[in-house]
Design a binder for this molecule. Sequence first.
Ligand code: FES
Ligand code: FE2
Length: 369
Amino acid sequence: MYINFWYPVALSSEVTAEKPLRVKLLCLPFVAFRDAAGQAHVLTDTCVHRGGSLGLGKIHGNAVACPYHGWQFGGDGRCVKIPSLAAEPKLPARAKVDSYPVQEKYGIVFAFLGDLPEEERPPLYDIEEFGTPEWKAQTFVLDLNAYYERSIENGLDPIHNEFVHQAQGQPSLSPEQQRVPLPIEQIPWGSKHYMTFGGSKDENTALSSVKTGPRVGAAGSWHQGPNQLVTYIDLTATNSFHQYMFEAPIDEAHTKVYLVSMRNWLLQDMHDARMAEVTMRVVNEDMVVVQNLNPVRTPDSNTKELLVPGDTAIAAYREWLKKWDAKGWKIDVKALNARLGDYAITIPSPARRTSDNWVTETVPLVPGA
Ligand code: FES
Ligand SMILES: [Fe+2]
C-alpha cells in the first residue's frame, strides 16, 4: 500500500451536502462531504480536539461539524469554529485536519492520498472515450476480500482465462505465446501488454452470436500506478470492451474496486442487463480465485512463487512496486498496526509541506532507497 496516488473514495452520488460519509482507505479513516457549492472534499476523519469521528457529525454550510463538541472544519481542513471558545476567537494554529486534493470523474470521487505538490503527482487515469457518443459506460462497485495488489495482478494475467473463464470465450494465449516472455511495453507509471490471442475459441460463447465486424481477437492490460488497471478486449474490429478498474485498498485483506466498463457496441439500454450479467459472471469467477490466494499479500520476493514466461506482466508490475518502495512511499503496515489504538494516524496531505504544528501523526513509511 502506497501514499502519493489517486484513490477512489466513493461514488459521486454517495458524497452529499446533507450528511458526511465515513470511508476507510489504506487502513485509515477518512470523511467525504460536499460543500454548499457542490465541491466534494475528503479530510482525515479524526477531530483534533479529542478524537471524534467527523463522519458521524453534521454538515453546516461549507464545514463538517464534529458530533462530540461541535468543532467545525472547512473543506481545506482548517477549523472554522470552536463553540466552547468565545465568539470569533483567534483559533489555535493546531486546529486543523488534513485535507486531500480531490478530482471527480466518471461518477467517482477520487482523493490524492499523499503530500506531493500538484506538478509531481502521478496522474489519475484519463478515460478518453468516457462521455463520447460512441461508447457506453456501466459502473460496478465490488467488495473484494483480497489485497488489491493480488487483484491488479489478476487483471494483468493473460494465462488464467482458459481456466477461470472457460465458459466466457475470453481470448486466450496459444501455447506458443505462453512459452516466451510476454512483450511488455513500459508506459508512464506502469507497464503494458497488448497482443492478438492465438488460442481464442469463438464458438458457443455468451456473446459470439451477436458479434459484428471482422474478428480481431486481441486483448491486453496495463496498470498505471499500483491501483489503476486497464483491460482492452477487442473481439472484432468494431466490438470492444474497455474496462477500467480503480482500486481502493481498505486494508490488507479488503479492497473496494470501482469498475468502469465501457463498450462500443450494443449501445442501447436494452442490452445493459445482459452486458452487466456477462461482466459480473467474469468478475465473480476472478473473485473466487483471488479471495483464496495464499499468502493474502503479494510476496516481497518472486522466489516465494514459481513464475513462468506467461507471468511477465506480473513481474513487470512488481518491478514498478519496487520503484515506489524506493521512493519511500510504501506504508509500513506492521508498524502502523502497532500504533493504531494508541495514536490517531493519517496520511500526510500537501499542506504539511508548507505548515507545521499538526496534532495527528502521519503514517509510518518503509524507508526508501
Ligand atoms: S472531539 Fe471533536 S469537537 Fe470534541
Ligand atoms: Fe479474470
